[in-house]
Ligand binder design. Structure first.
Ligand code: SF4
Length: 442
């Protein structure tokens, strides 16, 4: 049968969809880019925010019409919403054929077979303490970047986060298997590897920690760029920074979720670091890795957040001068500790705080980009620019998007681009024809 997978949420889900595609290909199914041609439609879902869950439920309502037209089409819900809403999902949307949580994908080919000959709607959302899908190879989308999932689950239990409940306890793959997967990805033509984990730097397998793993993957011949997301500030040790400094191909760009700037809010969030510790870490990163870019996540309007505490978040943003920030209004997730806090911030205040945060960060991001105007940066070309079919978009080592006229260049090539300007969150430039393309360096 032909299958179509639609993916929502974080990069872990993107990697999981590639894993599921690998499983389905192995079972003799084929991918299609057209949903109306598919006999199997799978939504790989996200529950991390209320809005993400609503988006998935709306999408499922749309698929009801498709199912009515063609009752033979199998519709499945995978991922975090599947785990979070399994029973109520089938009650409210009885046309859904199967519901599988993040630790049950291995059973998918068998469940598809069974569903075709039975009236039972299979639901399997059990969490596993051991499932790592170590022996399965993903079917990767054509791109320059290969996602490699190195660990699953999370033990941190931030009080706003549903992940420990939808994805279970933390467990890490063996280092040798990850290195082997990196080697195989390079063999398939991928030049950039991104190591993925809900809490990527709490990786631990036997005596190997995240620093050892980074060093081992960076040493794989042909890995031109190595990235990782998302680290937790509390697990960002000196050993990781030293390995990053020692390997030219580990990208000098760190996403370091702050979430809030006031100690009382951080404590209530169970973030396990203080404002001071975070500021010291940011300063230390810039000391050990000069030029390293920093991005972050911020939640505004966490229960009980006062105006003064929100002001502390703004102050940290001013001090750190992040290159970019992903900003969100707090949304309560059922089952999480924060829903027991009975001092919510009303939505108008949340929205006003979000607006102020964005107004603060925008010129900071712009200024940091403007510092690159006039310089030449190395860009790995990824795709056509959304702005023009005559232009490519690619990223620098420091994770800045750069848009420039295509001329002779091709996706997958490393090129030197002279930066002429900055707009929004991206840089605008032109190919630097004085310098040779960097591909020969590999
Ligand atoms: S570290 Fe916190 S925010 Fe991140 S996945 Fe774990 S519980 Fe969620």
């Amino acid at each position: 049968m032909q299958y179509f997978i639609e993916t929502y949420g974080c990069q872990m889900n993107v990697a999981d969809s590639e894993l599921v595609a690998g499983l389905l290909n192995g079972a003799g199914h084929q991918p299609t880019a057209r949903i109306d041609e598919a006999g199997i439609i799978l939504l790989n879902t996200c529950s991390v925010r209320e809005k993400a869950e609503e988006t998935v439920l709306n999408r499922l309502s749309q698929l009801a019409a498709l199912k009515k037209r063609d009752p033979g089409t199998l519709i499945g819900v995978l991922g975090c919403t599947a785990k979070n809403l399994a029973e109520s999902l089938l009650e409210s949307m009885p046309f859904v054929d199967l519901v599988l949580g993040p630790d049950s994908y291995r059973r998918l080919p068998q469940i598809i077979n069974e569903r075709q000959t039975s009236n039972v709607h299979p639901v399997d959302t059990k969490l596993s303490r051991i499932e790592l899908y170590e022996d399965l190879y993903p079917s990767r989308a054509a791109s320059v970047n290969a996602w490699i999932s190195i660990m699953r689950g999370c033990n941190k239990f931030c009080t706003f986060c549903v992940v420990p409940f939808t994805r279970g306890r933390e467990r890490s793959r063996a280092l040798a298997g990850i290195v082997e997967e990196a080697r195989s990805a390079v063999g398939q033509g991928f030049q950039e590897i991104t190591l993925l984990g809900q809490n990527v730097n709490s990786y631990r397998s036997g005596t190997d920690g995240f620093a050892q793993l980074l060093a081992a993957v960076a040493a794989v011949p042909g890995v031109r760029r190595l990235r990782f997301i998302s680290p937790h500030p509390s697990d960002m040790g000196e050993d990781v920074l030293a390995v990053m400094a020692a390997h030219y191909n580990i990208c000098k760009s760190i996403h370091l979720p702050l979430q809030a700037g006031a100690d009382r809010v951080l404590r209530r969030m169970n973030r396990t670091y203080t404002k001071q510790e975070y500021l010291q870490l940011a300063a230390r990163i810039r000391e050990v890795l000069p030029g390293c870019t920093l991005s972050t996540d911020i939640i505004v309007g966490f229960p009980g957040e006062t105006e003064a505490e929100f002001g502390e978040t703004l102050e940290v943003m001013r001090q750190v001068q992040f290159d970019s920030a992903f900003t969100f209004k707090y949304s309560p997730r059922p089952g999480t500790k924060a829903t027991e806090y009975h001092d919510p911030v009303n939505d108008a205040v949340k929205q006003a705080r979000l607006d102020r945060l964005i107004t603060l960060q925008k010129p900071i991001s712009l200024r940091r980009n403007q510092q690159l105007i006039g310089s030449t940066v190395e860009v790995l070309i990824e795709k056509e620019s959304k702005k023009s079919p005559q232009q490519w978009a690619g990223r620098t080592d420091s994770n800045k998007w750069v848009v420039f006229d295509k001329e002779w260049s091709q996706p997958g090539e490393f090129v030197n681009v002279h930066v002429d300007g900055s707009f929004g969150i991206a840089l605008q430039g032109h190919l630097n024809s004085d310098l040779e393309a960097l591909n020969a360096v590999a």
